[in-house]
Design a binder for this molecule. Sequence first.
Ligand SMILES: [Fe+2]
Length: 164
Amino acid sequence: MFELISYEKFRNTPGVKFFDITIATSNARDLVIHDGPAISPNNTEDNHWQFYLHPHQEDNLLALSGGRTFYLVNFEWEYPFHMVRLEGNGDILRIPPGTFHRSVSDPNGSVVLNQAVRDEVATLEGEFRVYNSGTIPRLHHITSQATLPPMMHGFPEIELRRVA
Ligand SMILES: [Fe+2]
């Protein structure tokens, strides 16, 4: 399953926030900046969702600013479809290898740092392939309105409906 990882907030004084965000096992870093309500990867021209899936990389995603919603699908999970909100200074989202994922930024964009963990056989070509849900029937079905909705995480309006 995916995980939400909290981290040490060293110091919070007026105007200053200071965090230790180290993912000790990370051996690669990438930074993805969305200027506005961007989608990554982009939808196809005929508007099918596309996804990344890393066979040999774990993602550890932290929103540095702005907000971004992640869509996660993993055929191995008991409940295969989740939506997770990331907002600046919130938890780190750990996505295990083999998970389809795409993200959509809030209208003002977002900056997300990934402290990735690549294994020894990971290659950039293999890890950053894009998968079109329009050509993968099982992925298309799980994300369609023909089946159960995604499980939502970090959406305040959803949390308010639940007992703590
Ligand atoms: Fe990723």
